[in-house]
Design a protein around this ligand. Structure first.
Ligand SMILES: [Zn+2]
Length: 121
């Protein structure tokens, strides 16, 4: 599964970052995923659940923020948001557009951590 390798590398990179905060546990990981990144959110969520097992991210939430596709329309000389992934046409003038400016991202936007302070052992 494509999503599993993506999630595994995200979990690995977040776990590495958390290593500099002893005792810290991940609470929420926010991702920015372009509409053309070809990942299915349900699969990401599903994989996240078991990829985080036994890591400081166990039980944390994965929040996926989908970024719309944005392309540059040469006729309008501006960046436009493409609503349909079926046809890449400028919503203003209707001309075909192909100059992708946003839509293939797959990156960690932020990580919220929860530390152990206040918890009695
Ligand atoms: Zn246009």
């Amino acid at each position: 599964m494509h999503e599993l390798s993506i999630v595994s590398s995200i979990v690995e990179s977040v776990t590495e970052k958390l290593a500099s905060y002893p005792g810290a546990r991940g609470k929420e990981v926010r991702l920015r995923v372009g509409a053309l990144a070809s990942v299915i959110e349900d699969s990401l969520q599903f994989c996240y659940g078991f990829a985080t097992e036994g890591t400081p991210l166990a039980g944390s939430a994965l929040v996926v923020k989908v970024l719309p596709v944005r392309m540059l329309c040469r006729s309008c000389a501006k960046e436009v948001e493409i609503a349909s992934l079926q046809s890449f046409r400028c919503p203003i003038c209707g001309e075909p557009v192909s100059d992708l400016r946003q839509g293939r991202e797959l990156e960690i936007e932020s990580i919220e951590i929860e530390d152990e302070v206040g918890e009695m052992v």
